[in-house]
Design a binder for this molecule. Sequence first.
Ligand code: SF4
Length: 294
Amino acid sequence: MRNMNSIDLRRALAERIRYYNELGIYDFYRRPRNESRSESVLTEEISESTASFQPELREEMAPRKSVAVAKPVDESIFEILNPNPEQGVSDPVGALKLIREHLGDCTRCKLYQQGRKQIVFGVGNPRAELMFVGEGPGADEDAQGEPFVGRAGQLLNNMIKAMGLLREDVYIANVVKCRPPGNRTPERDECDTCSPFLMRQIAVIKPKVIVALGAVAAKNLLAINASMAELRGRFYDFMPAGARSSDPSWQGAKLAVTYHPAFLLRDPRQKGEAWKDLQMVMKYLGLKPPRQNV
Ligand code: SF4
């Protein structure tokens, strides 16, 4: 696999880091750089060691083994290996702030140069029991820097209200934080690059329930390819990649799937179906049934 490109390499490294995280290993160290070794040799070493990684060899790995990365190869690879700055920060407000700072003026995927006005990080209660996740910002969201503020956002607000909650009670975010041009569906590499930040937001907020709005959000969160008919109508156990499953205060969220509000605007006949999904969530959260439907 000497020809592994940087995206494949990053993805493979991220997978490996997730595996270490699942073992409870979060701290990684950079081995002092050996000036005599060329950049290409180090790149190949990383590629080969990653490519040769086999599940059956996992138990042979020393838990504290260092992962060496040469700085000149690619700073973003080293970023993957760094512990997330919010780790160990118990206050979700401060932890979300650290994630936002880490995101910075992000150029990690190509969406940064495809006309975005600003990054749309997420909004709402950092201690929310209920979180909504859509696929990406649209024109209104891009202009205002807040998810779900256009017509679809109004409908989402009504859905939240119908559940007996306020928008301020929940947390709302998207799989990608920059507007795809022409509101196209975010592409696989864009979702793969951006979604780790969403996973970190979820891990900090620790919601009881996540509602995936639409198939794109659902497929990205659940990493399964299925139709809305197959995805809806049940809860999934959800633990964001990289989160500490041993955290005694949070054992993950229940994830439900419903229609994206923009779809419901186009096909209002499906509102009744969406309402069934929300009622399932309300029952789980013990929310009082409202008097009016959405
Ligand atoms: S979509 Fe996400 S990863 Fe891509 S540039 Fe925007 S913030 Fe960065």
